[in-house]
Design a protein around this ligand. Sequence first.
Ligand SMILES: [Fe+2]
Ligand SMILES: [Fe+2]
Length: 161
Amino acid sequence: MKIPLSTDPPIPEPRELRRMVCGDHQNLREQITAVVELLDTEHVEGHGDAYARARPMLERFAKQLFAHMALEDTYMVPLLQEDFAWGEMRARGVLAHHAEQRRTLNRLVDRLHRAGEAREGLVEDFRSFLTELELDMGEEERALLGPEVLGDSIVHVEAGA
Ligand SMILES: [Fe+2]
Ligand SMILES: [Fe+2]
């Protein structure tokens, strides 16, 4: 995990962090839709045109996903850790999952750059990675970004209580 330096910008408020993470997710989802459309075309037509167009998109996508995971590691993980009961477990889960996603994504990008890689297998592997990532983003939003988890739930105190 990256230890925040004193020169780092302050950790955003939970509400702001939620906006940043969900904004990234939305952007990544739109790219997934566009790239999967191209990979589907390639699957049907198979002459490489769609694949050639998908390659730079996948490279760009990978860079953004690495940056997104760095954002979550730097800002979401410390906020999760503030929860006394479950914080450490949730934080460790996120970091381990990101490590796994980085390994898979690095391997896919390596294959993307390697000449002679069987296109069919790579397209399929990329598609499954993207499908899993979409599920994963939904799960993060449900399980980690709620006010009760990020620690900004508003406690209403009844008047006169
Ligand atoms: Fe994540
Ligand atoms: Fe995420």
